[in-house]
Design a protein around this ligand. Structure first.
Ligand code: NAD
Length: 462
């Protein structure tokens, strides 16, 4: 790696993408392929039989159309299910699948007997499908957050043990090349012993505001942004720190969206304030979303263009937490949901130096096509690492799917996430919510039977 302490001598390092994709992979032994029926030499013996519950945006895109387009040699859809009969039919066309569609989950599982069930429903319903899916004989691939409260976390852990089936949580943020680069620098001991992290995430008034338009606005459906959004960030922390969280103290308020707005309506299409509202969202401009949601709202009243100032919004839009890890690392975390840009600032503080990054996802600095990480050494030089952007969460989505569906892809950066990982990411958010309610520090060990350890346990989910 190149070293410089001068901004003018920065070098372009296409570092982590390449490492994740090739160098480190080839240096390690090959695992039996995860969650599939494929042979070790990449020749297709039998395709993975996949069913999906929840055919909305994520289900039809990342886990639908993209799978049919890129991985048809390795898998086939055998069933699609959604509570909305119109949306599941629309989704089938969007995905390009030829399998039957269902509105009855049990019926789909009994008739199609999938090897793998993909869970992409509303967050608070994940546990029902994960548990029942395993009971009915499938391994599970679930979107984050794994679930939304501590009882549901326990249910999932118990069901996995009881059924012998496996559940993988798709923490795609781990696979973004610049975050993998941070992991590598930490693992390599570049800043000595990691002692604390300052981690501040900003959601913008476009993508961030979207959470306040839909079901995510209700704690009972999303668990709040502590679960829906921050579980991504907590999982990154757990992975980077390589230890389990011990305790959480948190604060949170709703002081921008919801009841704080100057006016409101049910949704933008029926609103008299569209001319003056900065949050006016014209769903008709997006044909795909119109077809998926507006054309099917007659079945369930799900408005994709819901008002961000509705009085029923009961999640926080400003949050902060102090998290202590078993290995002694301390984290100062915050999440703000009404920022001009989307992204984050992070500082990893160690005994021999510091790693910093300011990542702007929605409006990159100077329209740069890379993410930059700076490594500072105490009494020494700086190094700049510039990691090229890729499509879909910085290129992470593709790397995650390759690892799941292609044969012979190893896991050198320990990015594969188990239910234990899914649980600890959720438990930090749940502890934060409980801490705000009680005003007390919440111990993670008090929430479930899962006991946090000084060193994170790794499991390659197969
Ligand atoms: N990892 C990521 O970057 C990422 C990005 C987006 C979404 N997600 C996750 O994907 C999941 C889906 O999000 P989305 O944006 O597609 O939401 P969405 O609202 O577009 O889709 C959810 C679908 O689930 C269906 N559904 C809800 N309850 C159901 C039930 N009880 N039975 C059957 N179907 C039911 C809805 O009708 C809808 O079609 C969420 O868990 C979300 O957190 C992850």
């Amino acid at each position: 790696m190149e070293t410089t302490n001068s901004m003018s001598r920065r070098h372009f390092l296409a570092a982590t993408g390449a490492i994740a994709g090739s160098a480190l992979l080839s240096s390690l032994p090959v695992d039996a392929h995860a969650l599939t029926n494929q042979s070790g030499n990449g020749v297709n013996k039998k395709k993975m039989r996949v069913a999906m519950i929840g055919t909305g945006h994520r289900g039809t895109g990342m886990w639908g159309k993209d799978l049919v387009r890129d991985y048809s040699g390795y898998l086939e859809f055998v069933g699609l299910c959604d509570i909305n009969p119109g949306r599941v039919e629309t989704a089938k066309g969007m995905i390009g699948a030829t399998c039957p569609t269902y509105t009855d989950f049990e019926k789909m599982m009994r008739e199609t007997k999938p090897d793998v069930l993909i869970v992409t429903t509303v967050d608070a319903t994940h546990d029902d499908f994960i548990v029942r899916g395993m009971e009915l004989g499938a391994d599970i691939i679930t979107e984050k957050p794994m679930t939304t409260d501590e009882k549901k976390v326990q249910r999932i852990l118990d069901a996995e043990k009881r059924t012998g089936k496996k559940c993988r949580v798709t923490f795609n943020y781990r696979y973004s090349p610049h975050r993998a680069k941070m992991w590598e620098l930490l693992q390599a001991g570049e800043i000595g012993e990691l002692t604390s992290i300052d981690f501040h995430w900003y959601l913008d008034t476009s993508h961030g505001a979207d959470y306040f338009r839909r079901w995510h606005r209700l704690v009972e459906k999303s668990g709040s942004l502590w679960l829906h959004k921050a579980s991504h960030h907590f999982d990154l922390l757990n992975w980077w720190i390589d230890s389990d969280p011990e305790s959480v103290y948190a604060l949170g308020q709703l002081n921008f969206y919801g009841k704080n707005g100057p006016y409101r309506a049910e949704n933008c299409r029926n609103c008299p304030h569209t001319g003056e509202c900065n949050f006016y969202y014209d769903l008709a401009k997006n044909q795909r979303l119109w077809n998926l949601y507006a054309e099917n709202e007659k079945y369930d009243g799900y408005f994709r263009d819901g008002c961000v100032f509705k009085n029923d919004i009961n999640i926080f839009d400003k949050m902060a937490a102090t998290i202590k890890y078993v290995n002694g690392v301390e984290v100062a975390y915050s999440l703000t949901a009404y920022s001009p840009y989307e992204g984050y600032r992070i500082s990893f503080n160690g005994t021999k130096g510091k790693i910093d990054a300011w990542i702007q996802e929605s409006k990159p600095v100077n329209d740069a096509n890379y993410d930059e990480i700076v490594l500072f050494k105490n009494f020494g030089k700086r190094q700049y690492f510039q990691i090229p952007f890729g499509e879909g969460h910085g290129g992470g989505d593709k790397l995650l799917k390759d690892q799941i569906f292609l044969p012979n892809v190893n896991d050198p950066l320990k990015q594969c996430a188990s239910t234990r990982d899914g649980a600890f990411a959720c438990l930090i958010g749940i502890a934060a919510r409980n801490s705000i309610a009680s005003g007390n520090v919440v111990k993670i060990a008090d929430l479930t039977t899962l006991k946090p350890g000084a060193v994170k346990q790794y499991e390659r989910v197969v």
